[in-house]
Design a protein around this ligand. Structure first.
Ligand SMILES: [Zn+2]
Length: 640
């Protein structure tokens, strides 16, 4: 019943963190051209969202904005009745569902329209209204969970057992009682709620320091250009500059900006570590990691196994660095050399082509899946091209009872073809969850969400590799896959490793100083990259510039566990006997259909993935090893 999780973040931001070496815009186009206009109204309607499935017009949205007050008021009237028995509890849950379904429509209608046209002030105003309204409702409905938990657990369990209509709520109810073990008495909870703004202070300080107050340096490149190293300019320079000395200069200056304020960053970070340790101890957890994993009921061993297995499996990561060094003809290879494309592509992935490929790629998932995907693609649910005022990047967002909407900024590159497949995986997960789950369990966790998306990317890679024998194109495809593994898996495990060790410092009463953090981070770079690259001293300050460390501790490991899960599932669906492949595919589809009807570990286990086992993580290491070997073979065939 945690309404604030409704607007959950997706992990898709991860794509932005991966150094994707984009292909050079291609030569002759054979399919429909990308519109040259950036004016939204001039883009053909078939490439734009159709919002009419949510509301026919703004008048209908307004009518529901008026109606929801009464719906919430009816729910609030049920306060004090939960103890009366199963019928009363059911009535409250159904009333809550009605609010939730209405909220989804009311929120998405302006939110989606704002995202494709940020300049429309009328839409922005309506979006602000709905956000303010929801804040009010969160307060009005906050009585529910404490009142539910005040009923003896045994009574509620007996009610569920004899009331089939309560079944859709059983998981949520049981989970609330599970989490109650770490809920304090009223006085304790009051103290913790009073301490919450104190805990947020460090995060605010980090945001101000790293965004408002930061002064990015300006460097002069070898060709005499003056470049101010904002994050965007910095990553563009690393990708586009053929001159290693320029890349070195940019990296030293950009990372050095954080290093110059390392004392302040360390003090802020120490505040965050102390806050996490305070909350963990207050709620009677043994470690900060246990506290962080409690929400999804993930055992600590999942993170520990992930880190241990990856540390033992860095050989293919190092081989990839060595291969890049060789192909780039460098005497010394550095972290800042990792973003340069090795070859330019002549391929163009128009939307029509990328869309057809994504569809073809998922054929192994069966006709039902393919038919539903086709229906989704043809239904005004994909906003394809960039336009003035449109949000950058890509995402998929759903409305229960309506289905998913997918935002793209398709630009005909290989990377955008993979993004399309990735978001298609999310969208189909939503389609299948909504079709098979009641509202109360239709929402899936981030933990399984990225399994669906990365699996579709993997299927696309297989399809593309089958279609070309050109060594250069094959190399670029393999490189895309390898860069995904490095960015979504290895880099994230290194981050998780750092977070775990940093938190242990405060748990053990050790000091948290810039020196300690520098040493920790530099040591990790050495552990993961060995002698495959020259590690510049300034990279020891990297910990200071990773927003996740400050904003959402113990979050990034999920990128890696999702990736490992999907690697394992892909392996099961594509290797072995026909019967075992078929069974694995069925299990996978069941996972997609199960929405959020259980904890993610339990859902994945039923699909055939056990994240507590080393073998699951090892599958990613093996996959990278095989891909790098294939790259080496293709590279040898490319005339240079
Ligand atoms: Zn995603």
């Amino acid at each position: 019943m945690t309404r604030n999780t409704f607007f959950k973040r997706t992990l898709c931001a991860a794509a932005a963190m991966i150094a994707v070496s984009s292909t050079t815009p291609g030569l002759a186009a054979t399919e429909a051209e990308r519109p040259s206009t950036r004016v939204r109204a001039e883009i053909p309607a078939e490439y734009r969202w159709d919002f009419s499935a949510i509301y026919p017009d703004w008048a209908a949205w307004e009518a529901d904005m008026q109606r929801i007050d009464a719906v919430v008021a009816a729910f609030v009237k049920l306060k004090g009745t939960l103890k009366d028995g199963p019928e009363a509890l059911l009535k409250a849950y159904q009333a809550s569902d009605e609010i939730g379904k209405l909220q989804a429509r009311l929120y998405r209608y302006p939110q989606l329209q704002r995202d494709v046209d940020g300049n429309d002030q009328a839409v922005a105003g309506r979006f602000q209204r709905v956000s303010a309204l929801f804040a009010k409702f969160a307060a009005a409905t906050s009585w529910f969970e404490p009142e539910l938990l005040a009923v003896p657990e045994a009574d509620v369990k007996a009610w569920i057992a004899r009331t089939p209509a309560l079944a859709p709520y059983a998981f949520g109810i049981n989970d609330s009682f599970r989490k109650q073990r770490h809920v304090l008495d009223a006085d304790g909870e009051r103290l913790l709620s009073l301490a919450r703004p104190v805990g947020r202070a460090s995060v605010s300080a980090y945001e101000e320091l790293s965004t408002t107050d930061i002064k990015f340096p300006t460097i002069t490149t070898s060709d005499g250009r003056s470049v101010t190293l904002t994050p965007g300019n910095y990553s563009a320079l690393l990708e586009n500059s053929p001159n290693q000395a320029d890349r070195a200069k940019a990296a030293a200056a950009h990372v050095g900006t954080y290093g110059a304020q390392a004392n302040t960053y360390a003090a802020i970070y120490a505040g965050i570590l102390q806050r996490d340790w305070f909350n963990a101890q207050a709620r009677k957890f043994t470690t900060t990691l246990d506290a962080a994993l409690n929400d999804n009921d993930v055992p600590r061993s999942v993170v520990e196994t992930l880190i241990e297995t990856t540390r033992a499996g860095t050989a293919p990561l190092q081989r990839y660095a060595k291969l890049r060094k060789k192909l780039m003809g460098l005497a010394d290879y550095h972290l800042y050399d990792g973003f340069r494309p090795l070859f330019a592509s002549t391929q163009k992935y128009s939307y029509a082509r990328a869309s057809a490929l994504a569809l073809e790629a998922v054929a192994p998932l069966g006709d039902d899946y393919v038919q539903r995907y086709k229906k989704f693609v043809g239904g005004g649910r994909i906003d394809v091209y960039e336009n003035e005022g449109k949000k950058s990047g890509a995402y998929s967002a759903g409305v229960y009872g309506v289905g998913p909407y997918q935002l793209l900024n398709h630009n005909d590159t290989l990377a955008s073809a993979f993004t399309l497949a990735h978001e298609g995986g999310h969208a189909m997960h939503t389609v299948l969850s909504y079709e098979n789950q009641p509202f109360s369990t239709a929402r899936y966790t981030i933990f399984v969400a990225e399994v669906a998306s990365t699996t579709n990317e993997r299927f696309l890679l297989e399809t593309l590799l089958k279609k070309t024998s050109d060594p250069k194109e094959r190399f670029l495809l393999l490189q895309h896959a390898v860069d995904s593994i490095v960015g979504t898996f290895y880099s994230q495990v290194l981050f998780a490793d750092y977070e775990l060790q940093a938190h242990k410092l405060v748990e053990q009463g050790q000091p948290v100083t810039p020196d300690v953090l520098n040493k920790l981070y530099a040591g990790l770079l050495k552990t993961y990259y060995g002698d495959a690259l020259t590690i510049d001293d300034f990279y020891k300050w990297t910990w200071a510039r990773i927003p996740h460390f400050y904003g959402s501790p113990y979050y990034v490991y999920q990128y890696a566990t999702c990736f490992a899960s999907s690697a394992q599932l892909f392996k099961q669906m594509t290797t072995g006997s026909e019967a075992s492949k078929k069974a694995a595919t069925e299990r996978y589809l069941t996972l997609l259909k199960s929405g959020g009807n259980d904890h993610p570990m339990a859902q994945l286990q039923r699909a055939g993935v056990d994240l507590t086992q080393r073998a699951t993580v090892q599958a990613v290491v093996d996959q990278l090893d095989a891909l790098v070997s294939q790259m080496e073979i293709e590279a040898a065939k490319i005339p240079r």
